[in-house]
Design a protein around this ligand. Structure first.
Ligand SMILES: [Zn+2]
Length: 257
């Protein structure tokens, strides 16, 4: 972690007191709230909501891992991060391109690496993630690692929702989570044919995007429903379950949307 040799470090401590590493930080106001951005060694180690719950816990974890202190200072990594966040929030960027420094336990890092595989416009459930890391019973631990994520937006914890399509929690607040999911949905529209081809696969990755209403039964389902696939001519896709209910449809007893 230290670039100095032990000897010069010892000398430095002798002359200047304890030498903590410097973690550059910068605050950034955006339309989804004020963010704190941190970089170390030309890598992004922090991108989070300034006023989230657990702010001190996350900050202390980072300082402890790096044996460092926060110092408010912009640098190239921070400037590039701000630029890419702006582009993302304007719907002009779907993939981030910034070197990351994930700081946590091996288990937390495993969860965050898996989060990085959940693509723009898609979602996964906490139990999907637990299965993907080969630990299907660790749903609660996965949810907790998800909540401890220090690199919001880029390590996309906002794409993790409950199996029944419910939003679950978010450090930046549920309203912001909903807004981010809607932004991504708007910028990666699916046609009715694509939606129809998708249902029946039992995948949860589009559970926040649409519900399938079946004209012949009056029932609406999540895209992940395991019930028999209806005929294409009998389905109507709605953006939300509220819309399906408004049009007279009842919730499926199999997938319980
Ligand atoms: Zn169903």
């Amino acid at each position: 972690m230290m670039s100095m040799t032990n000897f010069s470090r010892t000398l430095a401590i002798y002359f200047f007191g304890t030498m903590a590493e410097q973690i550059h930080t910068s605050y950034y106001k955006t339309k989804i709230g004020e963010l704190i951005i941190g970089s170390f060694d030309d890598k992004l180690c922090l991108l989070d909501f300034r006023y989230r719950r657990m702010r001190a816990t996350v900050d202390n974890r980072i300082k402890k891992h790096l044996d460092g202190e926060f110092i408010e200072q912009d640098d190239e990594t921070i400037r590039e991060t701000k630029k890419q966040i702006d582009e993302y929030l304007q719907g002009e960027r779907k993939v981030f391109n910034i070197p990351l420094l994930l700081l946590g336990t091996d288990f937390q890092k495993q969860v965050w690496e898996e989060l990085l595989r959940v693509a723009y416009g898609e979602t996964a459930s906490y139990s999907d993630l637990a299965k993907r890391i080969g630990n299907p019973s660790a749903v609660r631990a996965v949810a907790s690692a998800n909540g401890a994520n220090a690199i919001a937006l880029i390590v996309p914890c906002h794409r993790i929702i409950e199996s029944n399509g419910g939003l679950g929690g978010f450090g930046g607040g549920i309203a912001v989570k909903k807004r981010l999911l809607n932004l991504e949905r708007k910028n990666s529209e699916l046609t009715d044919e694509e939606k129809y081809n998708f249902i029946g696969q039992r995948s949860t990755k589009y559970n926040h995007r649409f519900v399938t209403a079946v004209k012949t039964t009056g029932i609406y389902c999540l895209p992940s429903c395991s019930a028999r696939k209806p005929k294409f001519e009998n389905v109507i896709f709605y953006d939300s379950k509220e819309e399906a209910i408004k049009n007279g449809y009842r919730a499926c007893k199999v997938c319980k949307p």
